[in-house]
Write a protein that binds this ligand. Structure first.
Ligand code: DGL
Length: 266
């Protein structure tokens, strides 16, 4: 196995800025870890693209992260995870942590026996989601709701706009009408719409974001491979984007919660 410095960075990527919801959970759980984040915002959304395009971008970005010294890769994108994870794991020399919609915990915790899953069209239609429904849907009704347009709203930083609210209302209202008491956020962009979602559903609906569970999984995998960072190390996060650099800096700084530099990548 390739040897890595314990202070090497964790490489994290997404089709765009959504994976920052996972990055913040990793940073909060593992503040001593150096991080590199790639937002492929120049090519977002991935949700309606074909599988080969998504797999090719995932390969290219992973190669970039490895060339930057990444000791582990986090695919902070459900869509890439359901389309390309086997291919990525088949050649990637470092641990790869991926996402999946949190259907299992939601099914275990629902009281009404009805859960709603919000995700991209591609994730909803994937064999991975079909397998999760088969495994956990015996006694629970799992309502799958594709949400075209939401990724674009987050990429435009429209976290509270009327247009975002209208889209969400259209997607969530039928789920509530069908008795869902739990909503799974099956796309890493959607946690940035949590405030609007909470406004729409009220206080009694559970909203499940798997980011913290993913951060725990990252911690475990680093431990298994003995590449966790030393506890005392002051960590840094570096950001790259395939979008226009000024746009990318504005949106990433807004979502990350402080002004950051963003470098370009193809
Ligand atoms: N954040 C990505 C996900 O979790 C969005 C994919 C897209 O760009 O459509 O699926």
């Amino acid at each position: 196995m390739t040897a890595f410095n314990n202070d090497a960075p964790i490489g994290v990527f997404d089709s765009g800025v959504g994976g920052l919801s996972v990055l913040r959970a990793i940073h909060s759980k593992l503040p001593e870890e150096n991080l590199i984040y790639v937002a492929d915002s120049g090519n977002a959304p991935y949700g309606d693209r074909d599988g080969d395009f998504i797999a090719t971008r995932a390969t290219k970005i992973t190669e970039f992260l490895l060339a930057s010294g990444a000791k582990a890769i986090v695919v902070a994108c459900n869509t890439v995870s359901v389309v390309a994870i086997e291919r990525l794991r088949s050649w990637c020399p470092v641990p790869v942590v991926a996402m999946e919609p949190a259907i299992k915990p939601a099914s275990q915790n629902t009281k009404t026996g009805v859960i709603g899953v919000l995700a991209t069209r591609r994730t909803i239609a994937s064999p991975s989601v079909a397998r999760l429904c088969e495994a956990h849907g015996k006694n629970v009704e799992i309502l799958l709701q594709p949400c075209p347009g939401l990724v674009e709203q987050v990429e435009k930083a429209e976290l509270l706009s009327d247009a975002s609210r209208a889209l969400l209302l259209g997607y969530i209202s039928p789920l509530l009408a069908a008795g869902a008491d739990t909503l799974v956020l099956g796309c890493t962009h959607y946690p940035f719409l949590s405030q609007l979602i909470r406004d729409i559903v009220g206080p009694n609906i559970a909203i499940v974001d798997p980011a913290v569970a993913v951060a725990l999984q990252v911690e475990r995998r680093l431990g298994d491979h003995r590449v966790s960072a030393p506890r005392t190390q002051p960590a840094e996060a570096r950001f790259f984007s395939s979008a226009d650099p000024n746009d990318a800096r504005a949106i990433i700084s807004a979502l990350w919660g402080r002004e950051v530099a963003v470098q370009g990548m193809d």
